[in-house]
Design a protein around this ligand. Structure first.
Ligand code: PGA
Length: 250
Protein backbone atom coordinates (compact mmCIF):
# COMPACT_ATOMS: atom_id res chain seq x y z
CA UNK A 1 0.00 0.00 0.00
CA UNK A 2 1.43 3.38 -1.01
CA UNK A 3 1.28 6.09 1.63
CA UNK A 4 -1.37 8.78 1.73
CA UNK A 5 -0.03 12.18 0.65
CA UNK A 6 -0.80 15.25 2.76
CA UNK A 7 0.26 18.08 0.47
CA UNK A 8 0.60 21.81 1.11
CA UNK A 9 0.41 24.05 -1.94
CA UNK A 10 1.74 27.46 -0.91
CA UNK A 11 1.05 29.01 -4.31
CA UNK A 12 2.53 32.55 -4.62
CA UNK A 13 2.72 33.08 -0.86
CA UNK A 14 5.67 33.40 1.50
CA UNK A 15 9.16 34.85 1.44
CA UNK A 16 12.11 32.49 1.98
CA UNK A 17 12.22 33.22 5.71
CA UNK A 18 8.52 32.71 6.20
CA UNK A 19 8.54 29.45 4.21
CA UNK A 20 11.48 27.98 6.12
CA UNK A 21 9.97 29.04 9.43
CA UNK A 22 6.61 27.48 8.59
CA UNK A 23 8.33 24.23 7.55
CA UNK A 24 10.26 24.17 10.83
CA UNK A 25 7.14 24.91 12.89
CA UNK A 26 5.24 22.20 11.05
CA UNK A 27 7.86 19.55 11.79
CA UNK A 28 7.81 20.56 15.46
CA UNK A 29 3.99 20.68 15.65
CA UNK A 30 3.58 17.26 14.00
CA UNK A 31 6.37 15.78 16.11
CA UNK A 32 6.03 12.00 16.28
CA UNK A 33 2.30 12.12 15.52
CA UNK A 34 2.67 11.60 11.75
CA UNK A 35 0.77 8.35 11.07
CA UNK A 36 2.91 5.61 9.48
CA UNK A 37 0.67 5.43 6.44
CA UNK A 38 1.09 9.11 5.53
CA UNK A 39 3.73 11.37 4.04
CA UNK A 40 3.89 15.16 4.01
CA UNK A 41 4.59 17.08 0.84
CA UNK A 42 5.46 20.79 0.90
CA UNK A 43 5.08 22.72 -2.35
CA UNK A 44 6.46 26.23 -1.74
CA UNK A 45 7.13 28.90 -4.36
CA UNK A 46 10.36 28.35 -6.32
CA UNK A 47 12.31 31.00 -4.41
CA UNK A 48 11.77 29.13 -1.14
CA UNK A 49 12.48 25.59 -2.36
CA UNK A 50 16.11 25.38 -1.45
CA UNK A 51 15.65 26.90 2.01
CA UNK A 52 12.79 24.56 2.82
CA UNK A 53 14.79 21.57 1.53
CA UNK A 54 17.58 22.45 4.00
CA UNK A 55 14.99 22.72 6.74
CA UNK A 56 13.58 19.28 5.94
CA UNK A 57 16.96 17.54 5.60
CA UNK A 58 17.03 14.40 7.71
CA UNK A 59 13.26 14.41 8.43
CA UNK A 60 11.61 11.15 7.48
CA UNK A 61 8.22 11.35 5.86
CA UNK A 62 8.65 14.89 4.48
CA UNK A 63 9.05 15.66 0.78
CA UNK A 64 9.37 18.72 -1.42
CA UNK A 65 7.59 19.52 -4.66
CA UNK A 66 7.48 22.18 -7.38
CA UNK A 67 4.26 23.91 -8.42
CA UNK A 68 5.07 23.79 -12.11
CA UNK A 69 7.87 23.25 -14.66
CA UNK A 70 8.58 23.55 -18.36
CA UNK A 71 9.13 20.28 -20.25
CA UNK A 72 12.74 20.87 -21.36
CA UNK A 73 16.05 20.34 -19.60
CA UNK A 74 17.27 23.86 -20.36
CA UNK A 75 16.94 26.52 -23.02
CA UNK A 76 15.65 29.93 -23.98
CA UNK A 77 12.39 29.81 -21.99
CA UNK A 78 12.35 33.09 -20.09
CA UNK A 79 10.50 32.82 -16.81
CA UNK A 80 10.30 29.03 -16.79
CA UNK A 81 11.96 26.38 -14.65
CA UNK A 82 13.09 22.86 -15.61
CA UNK A 83 12.57 19.54 -13.81
CA UNK A 84 16.35 19.37 -13.36
CA UNK A 85 16.31 22.73 -11.60
CA UNK A 86 13.55 21.45 -9.32
CA UNK A 87 15.39 18.24 -8.42
CA UNK A 88 18.54 20.31 -7.87
CA UNK A 89 16.60 22.19 -5.15
CA UNK A 90 15.53 18.96 -3.48
CA UNK A 91 12.18 18.31 -5.16
CA UNK A 92 10.94 14.81 -5.78
CA UNK A 93 7.38 15.80 -6.78
CA UNK A 94 5.76 18.37 -9.06
CA UNK A 95 2.23 19.52 -9.79
CA UNK A 96 0.97 19.53 -13.36
CA UNK A 97 -2.21 21.24 -14.49
CA UNK A 98 -3.33 22.93 -11.29
CA UNK A 99 -6.61 24.71 -12.05
CA UNK A 100 -4.89 28.09 -11.69
CA UNK A 101 -2.44 27.04 -14.43
CA UNK A 102 -5.29 25.81 -16.60
CA UNK A 103 -7.68 28.71 -16.04
CA UNK A 104 -5.45 31.72 -15.22
CA UNK A 105 -2.40 30.85 -17.31
CA UNK A 106 -4.31 29.09 -20.09
CA UNK A 107 -2.40 25.79 -20.07
CA UNK A 108 -3.99 23.20 -22.32
CA UNK A 109 -4.34 19.45 -22.13
CA UNK A 110 -1.82 18.65 -24.88
CA UNK A 111 0.85 20.79 -23.17
CA UNK A 112 0.03 19.15 -19.82
CA UNK A 113 0.38 15.70 -21.39
CA UNK A 114 3.86 16.67 -22.53
CA UNK A 115 4.72 17.82 -19.00
CA UNK A 116 3.46 14.58 -17.45
CA UNK A 117 5.69 12.53 -19.76
CA UNK A 118 8.71 14.80 -19.40
CA UNK A 119 8.37 15.13 -15.63
CA UNK A 120 8.13 11.35 -15.12
CA UNK A 121 11.18 10.83 -17.34
CA UNK A 122 13.02 13.42 -15.22
CA UNK A 123 12.57 11.44 -12.00
CA UNK A 124 9.77 13.57 -10.63
CA UNK A 125 6.63 12.08 -9.17
CA UNK A 126 3.83 13.87 -10.97
CA UNK A 127 0.56 15.05 -9.43
CA UNK A 128 -1.87 15.71 -12.27
CA UNK A 129 -4.68 18.02 -11.14
CA UNK A 130 -8.11 17.69 -12.68
CA UNK A 131 -11.45 19.26 -11.84
CA UNK A 132 -14.66 20.72 -13.21
CA UNK A 133 -15.87 24.33 -13.05
CA UNK A 134 -19.23 25.18 -11.48
CA UNK A 135 -20.77 25.72 -14.94
CA UNK A 136 -19.62 22.29 -16.05
CA UNK A 137 -21.08 20.75 -12.89
CA UNK A 138 -24.42 22.51 -13.41
CA UNK A 139 -24.53 21.22 -16.97
CA UNK A 140 -23.99 17.64 -15.77
CA UNK A 141 -20.56 17.42 -17.39
CA UNK A 142 -18.52 16.23 -14.38
CA UNK A 143 -17.80 12.76 -15.75
CA UNK A 144 -16.98 14.03 -19.23
CA UNK A 145 -14.64 16.74 -17.92
CA UNK A 146 -12.79 14.60 -15.37
CA UNK A 147 -12.27 11.60 -17.61
CA UNK A 148 -11.40 13.86 -20.53
CA UNK A 149 -8.69 15.67 -18.54
CA UNK A 150 -7.40 12.36 -17.25
CA UNK A 151 -7.25 10.66 -20.61
CA UNK A 152 -5.68 13.68 -22.31
CA UNK A 153 -3.22 14.23 -19.45
CA UNK A 154 -1.96 10.66 -19.82
CA UNK A 155 -2.03 10.67 -23.61
CA UNK A 156 1.76 10.96 -23.97
CA UNK A 157 2.94 9.02 -20.92
CA UNK A 158 0.80 5.93 -21.55
CA UNK A 159 1.24 3.35 -18.78
CA UNK A 160 2.58 4.87 -15.57
CA UNK A 161 3.86 3.52 -12.28
CA UNK A 162 1.52 4.04 -9.33
CA UNK A 163 4.46 5.08 -7.19
CA UNK A 164 5.25 7.99 -9.52
CA UNK A 165 1.91 9.21 -10.76
CA UNK A 166 -0.79 10.76 -8.58
CA UNK A 167 -4.09 12.42 -9.41
CA UNK A 168 -5.55 15.36 -7.51
CA UNK A 169 -9.28 15.88 -7.91
CA UNK A 170 -9.89 19.57 -7.28
CA UNK A 171 -13.31 20.92 -8.20
CA UNK A 172 -12.52 24.45 -9.41
CA UNK A 173 -15.52 25.89 -7.54
CA UNK A 174 -14.15 24.59 -4.22
CA UNK A 175 -10.64 26.02 -4.54
CA UNK A 176 -10.00 28.97 -2.27
CA UNK A 177 -13.73 29.61 -1.89
CA UNK A 178 -14.33 28.05 1.52
CA UNK A 179 -16.85 25.81 -0.22
CA UNK A 180 -15.86 22.15 0.12
CA UNK A 181 -17.43 19.49 -2.03
CA UNK A 182 -19.66 17.31 0.15
CA UNK A 183 -18.50 13.79 1.05
CA UNK A 184 -20.91 12.27 -1.49
CA UNK A 185 -19.61 14.49 -4.31
CA UNK A 186 -16.02 13.65 -3.40
CA UNK A 187 -16.71 9.92 -3.08
CA UNK A 188 -18.55 9.90 -6.39
CA UNK A 189 -15.78 11.72 -8.27
CA UNK A 190 -13.05 9.54 -6.75
CA UNK A 191 -14.98 6.34 -7.57
CA UNK A 192 -15.42 7.57 -11.11
CA UNK A 193 -11.68 8.25 -11.47
CA UNK A 194 -10.84 4.83 -9.99
CA UNK A 195 -13.25 3.10 -12.32
CA UNK A 196 -11.48 4.72 -15.28
CA UNK A 197 -7.99 3.96 -13.94
CA UNK A 198 -8.53 0.26 -13.26
CA UNK A 199 -9.22 -0.85 -16.83
CA UNK A 200 -6.91 1.74 -18.42
CA UNK A 201 -3.77 1.57 -16.28
CA UNK A 202 -2.01 -1.65 -15.25
CA UNK A 203 -1.39 -0.19 -11.80
CA UNK A 204 -4.70 1.67 -11.78
CA UNK A 205 -5.95 0.26 -8.52
CA UNK A 206 -2.88 1.63 -6.68
CA UNK A 207 -2.64 5.10 -8.24
CA UNK A 208 -3.31 7.60 -5.49
CA UNK A 209 -6.17 10.08 -5.84
CA UNK A 210 -5.94 13.19 -3.67
CA UNK A 211 -8.79 15.58 -2.94
CA UNK A 212 -8.26 19.33 -2.94
CA UNK A 213 -10.54 22.33 -2.46
CA UNK A 214 -11.04 24.13 0.86
CA UNK A 215 -9.71 21.26 2.99
CA UNK A 216 -9.55 22.47 6.60
CA UNK A 217 -8.66 20.96 9.99
CA UNK A 218 -12.34 20.37 10.73
CA UNK A 219 -13.28 18.57 7.49
CA UNK A 220 -10.07 16.65 6.80
CA UNK A 221 -10.83 13.58 8.93
CA UNK A 222 -14.11 12.95 7.09
CA UNK A 223 -12.56 13.48 3.67
CA UNK A 224 -9.50 11.32 4.27
CA UNK A 225 -11.63 8.42 5.53
CA UNK A 226 -13.59 8.14 2.27
CA UNK A 227 -12.93 5.21 -0.06
CA UNK A 228 -10.50 6.06 -2.84
CA UNK A 229 -9.27 9.23 -1.13
CA UNK A 230 -5.52 8.75 -0.79
CA UNK A 231 -4.57 12.14 0.54
CA UNK A 232 -5.32 15.84 0.29
CA UNK A 233 -3.92 18.87 -1.53
CA UNK A 234 -4.35 21.94 0.64
CA UNK A 235 -3.94 25.61 -0.22
CA UNK A 236 -5.16 28.25 2.25
CA UNK A 237 -5.24 26.03 5.34
CA UNK A 238 -1.66 24.87 4.74
CA UNK A 239 -0.09 28.31 5.08
CA UNK A 240 0.04 28.17 8.88
CA UNK A 241 1.86 25.32 10.63
CA UNK A 242 -0.76 25.14 13.35
CA UNK A 243 -3.61 24.53 10.92
CA UNK A 244 -1.69 22.26 8.52
CA UNK A 245 -0.30 20.11 11.34
CA UNK A 246 -3.91 19.38 12.40
CA UNK A 247 -4.74 18.35 8.84
CA UNK A 248 -1.67 16.15 8.55
CA UNK A 249 -2.54 14.28 11.74
CA UNK A 250 -6.36 14.34 11.33
P1 PGA B 1 -7.54 25.69 -1.16
O1 PGA B 1 -6.59 25.38 -2.42
O2 PGA B 1 -7.25 24.62 -0.12
O3 PGA B 1 -7.14 27.05 -0.71
O4 PGA B 1 -8.94 25.60 -1.65
C1 PGA B 1 -6.38 24.06 -2.87
C2 PGA B 1 -5.48 24.09 -4.09
O5 PGA B 1 -5.56 25.02 -4.88
O6 PGA B 1 -4.64 23.18 -4.28
Amino acid sequence: MLKKIMAANWKMYKTRDDASRTARELVVAVGDKLPDDREVLLIPPFTALYGVSEMLAGQTGYFLGGQNFYPEQEGAYTGEISPQQLTDCGCSFALVGHSERRHVLGERDDFLAEKVLYGLNSNLKIILCIGETIEERKQGLVEQVLLGQLEKGLARAGQVKAENFIIAYEPVWAIGTGETAGPEDIAQAHDLIRSWLEPNQQEGKDIRILYGGSVKPDNCATIISLDNVDGVLVGGASLKADSFSKIVTA
